[in-house]
Design a protein around this ligand. Structure first.
Ligand SMILES: Cc1cc2nc3c(=O)[nH]c(=O)nc-3n(C[C@H](O)[C@H](O)[C@H](O)COP(=O)(O)OP(=O)(O)OC[C@H]3O[C@@H](n4cnc5c(N)ncnc54)[C@H](O)[C@@H]3O)c2cc1C
Length: 370
């Protein structure tokens, strides 16, 4: 049966969720405080890189990320088709470079647990690293090659998602100001800052780093907080990277528009999205150690966004414990772009009363409420 769904927040998670739910025949209203994609999602580097990102032993979060990576190829085709808007999506693979002999053990440990998930990974010698990436510093002593990791150009992906939503009939309201629950949970009515009310069968909360503001309305502990990511880009370089280059201190990735994007810091600055001199200098120093050709260069562009971090690093995905009509999809921290297709699919399944394709216990919205 078709349901009326109110999605709060039009970042990558809200837009993807709206798209998937509308595609399945539901009626979606998407409410955004400012502009679609105007916060963390538009600031992202666009890496789809779970094998590089997750160092520890596999857990439910890794399973979630892996499932999403494997959905991405079909998902991006769908987004491009429905939007009629192409965006850069590159299955470049990643060269994960290590700079200390002591890291050799880490490489072995990673490969061991990743093998169990059929992750394609190859160990690289220093020589092999430089065959794959000739511009990389001589200081890289070993590495891992992950051919399945990919990246996309996030600003264009967000535009495509928005267009796809519009084309298939999602009603999008931007510049609503803060949208909040109007009365008790079961009534499923929200109100925006201009006094407009919207009612539906189901509310989906996709409000990123701002999700904690809903605590008092939902009678639930939602420990989501902003972690600023500062990031920069270089242009007019003679050489480009063939792969994502990932290191313990950051990543570097060449984009089709001939820029090299390098990120990103993790700092606590409340809701301040301005990059700082200190933050960018730190990135510049590390970038020029990894890629000596950057020593004489300065980034032409610097920006920052607020990652929605959670107390345990896992997102909140699932029903409110006291209401089937309220669904959480927030707190995706460093991997919201990667997790967009799987989150959209899980939420649409929950809307339809189906079981999620991946275990959700670890992401339960009431896990911090005692
Ligand atoms: C520098 C940087 C680099 C990154 N790189 C990557 C990467 O390479 N790969 C990757 O997978 N992830 C990356 N991330 C993380 C990724 O960007 C986030 O996980 C993702 O964008 C979160 O999406 P979201 O939709 O939850 O949040 P957002 O994009 O922040 O969207 C939330 C939206 O909700 C709106 N909102 C909030 N409250 C309300 C309200 N009450 N009413 C109405 N609207 C509301 C906000 O205005 C906002 O537009 C990066 C992040 C940063 C900052």
């Amino acid at each position: 049966m078709s349901k009326k769904i109110i999605v709060i927040g039009a970042g990558v998670i809200g837009l993807s969720t709206a798209l998937e739910c509308q595609m399945r025949g539901h009626e979606v209203i998407l409410l955004e405080k400012g502009k679609c994609g105007g916060q963390a999602s538009g600031a992202a580097a666009g890496l789809l890189a779970p094998f590089s990102e997750i160092e520890e032993d596999p857990d439910d979060f890794f399973t979630l990320c892996l499932s999403s990576l494997r959905l991405f190829s079909k998902w991006k085709d769908l987004v491009m088709t429905e939007s009629n808007h192409s965006f850069e999506y590159t299955t470049s693979g990643t060269v994960h470079a290590y700079f200390h002999e002591a890291d050799m053990l880490k490489i072995e440990m990673r490969m061991n647990w990743q093998k169990k998930f059929q992750v394609k990974a190859e160990k690289l010698t220093a020589k092999q690293i430089r065959t794959l990436e000739p511009s990389l510093s001589q200081d890289a002593v070993a590495g891992l090659y992950y051919p399945e990791e990919s990246h996309l150009y996030a600003p264009d992906y967000l535009i495509a998602l928005e267009k796809a939503c519009e084309n298939i009939g999602v009603t999008i309201h931007e510049n609503c100001g803060k949208v909040m629950l109007e009365n008790e949970l079961e009534r499923c009515t929200v109100k925006d800052e201009h006094g407009n009310r919207y009612s539906g069968d189901i509310i989906v909360l996709c409000s990123g780093a701002w999700s904690n503001e809903w605590e008092k309305y939902l009678n639930l502990a939602i420990p989501v907080f902003p972690i600023r990511g500062q990031i920069c880009a270089y242009d007019q370089l003679d050489k480009h990277l063939n792969h994502i280059v990932y290191t313990s201190q950051g990543y570097l990735v060449s984009k089709a528009n001939n820029t090299l994007v390098c990120g990103a810091s993790e700092d606590i600055a409340g809701f301040n999205t301005a990059p700082t001199i200190k933050g960018i200098e730190r990135l510049k120093n590390w970038n020029s150690q990894v890629l000596p050709m950057l020593r004489s260069k300065a980034p032409f562009s610097k920006w920052a966004g607020l990652r929605p971090a959670t107390q345990d690093g896992f997102p909140f995905i699932g029903h409110h414990p006291n209401s089937e009509n309220f669904i959480f999809a927030c707190g995706h921290y460093r991997n919201g772009i990667l997790l967009s297709p799987i989150t959209a699919n899980i939420v649409a399944d929950l809307v339809e009363g189906k079981k999620s394709v991946v275990p959700l216990e670890a992401f339960a919205p009431d896990r911090f409420t005692y």
